[in-house]
Design a protein around this ligand. Structure first.
Ligand code: SF4
Length: 348
């Protein structure tokens, strides 16, 4: 089975799956010393990690990649990849333009881009029939439904599901056939049904991008519980509810553009992103928000400023600047959680 890599949650993996490829999410630190010769050093560490990984063979098992133009750093990754293509094993590179606003014409524009992506994938992997695409859309919608069921468990007063467990589940999904992942989610839900957890632990919402390997571990080691991760390695990877459309590309374009918005979105979608964060805080009974802002990510810097200055959020929020490595300032997190514990005691 050919493997096709993807980087951003605005990439419809249904198209890769329908071609019979294994979609591989390149979401973690490749460990390649955050390459900065090709891209320069004012790039987010995730993009530098991906460029370094490409140049040092981390992705040699792939037949190609789809790079979504989710931000200027990602576009530079495509530039660097093309510039050093001779040294990089995966030969197919498809650059997918993703609108930053949600309107009928941006959805139509994105659908056009998805048809071109389909043609490129067909040229490198194999034919994609409408029947196969519909079947892949159904499989991926099942994943979304199962993830909603897990989210419902996490909204409970004493959830038996921890952030670490969900982090491991989602990380495992990046390289797993979707059908296997769905079966694993069903088992996980069956195991957790009827169980309860610690109802006294401060409930944390994390907002961010690709995240950091130590973040959730540090939060939960300090006696709190991560109940929702509004990140591209968390909730945002599996949200959205499909609205049927005769044209599967219009349906996919609508589904992906109207999913839980990432900080990259502009216009009304940027306001919707803030409103969604406010409602998620209520739904998950959040005690505190940790905003993990990836250094050099202008999207997150912009959204944090909006959250801090323009939103009526009434729970404590803390921003942490960081990168994709596992280095983290444990003391800052521990003191924030200590503060939340005191606040919970006072409000009881
Ligand atoms: S973290 Fe920000 S800068 Fe980096 S790829 Fe994601 S959106 Fe782009």
């Amino acid at each position: 089975m050919k493997k096709i890599g993807w980087f951003c949650t605005y990439t419809p993996v249904e198209i890769l799956h329908a071609a019979g490829a294994l979609p591989v999410g390149l979401k973690s630190d490749s460990g390649a010393e955050h390459e900065d010769v090709v891209l320069g050093d004012s790039m987010c560490s995730y993009v530098r990690s991906c460029m370094g990984g490409a140049l040092t063979g981390s992705y040699d098992a792939l037949s190609g990649v789809v790079i979504a133009h989710s931000c200027e750093c990602m576009r530079r990754l495509a530039d660097g990849w093309l510039y050093r293509q001779d040294e990089i094993k995966p030969k197919m590179l498809h650059l997918l333009d993703v609108p930053k606003i949600v309107t009928q014409s941006s959805i139509a524009f994105f659908a056009g881009g998805l048809r071109r992506m389909k043609e490129d994938i067909e040229a490198h992997v194999g034919p994609i029939s409408e029947e196969a695409l519909r079947a892949s859309m159904a499989t991926c919608n099942k994943t979304r439904a199962l993830c909603r069921a897990i989210d419902a468990l996490r909204k409970k007063e004493a959830p038996a599901v921890t952030g670490r467990e969900v982090e491991k589940l989602i990380a495992a999904s990046w390289e797993m056939p979707r059908e296997t992942f769905n079966a694993r989610l069903e088992t996980f839900i069956a195991d957790k049904e009827g169980q309860t957890g610690d109802k006294n632990a401060p409930r944390i919402m994390i907002i961010g991008g690709p995240g950091n390997g130590s973040l959730i571990k540090t939060i939960e080691a300090a006696g709190a519980l991560s109940v929702v991760e509004h990140m591209c390695t968390g909730l945002r990877a599996y949200t959205g509810e499909a609205a049927f459309n005769e044209d599967p590309f219009l349906e996919l374009a609508d589904l992906y553009l109207t999913q839980t918005p990432c900080p990259r979105m502009l216009g009304k979608a940027a306001q919707d992103a803030i409103s969604e964060i406010e409602s998620l805080i209520k739904e998950y009974r959040v005690d505190g928000v940790l905003y993990y802002s990836m250094q050099f990510c202008s999207n997150m810097q912009m959204q944090w400023a909006r959250l801090k200055n323009d939103s009526p959020i009434d729970v404590p929020m803390k921003v942490l600047d960081g990168d994709i490595s596992t280095e983290i300032n444990e003391c800052e997190i521990q003191s924030f959680i200590k503060r939340l514990k005191k606040r919970r005691k006072r409000n009881r």
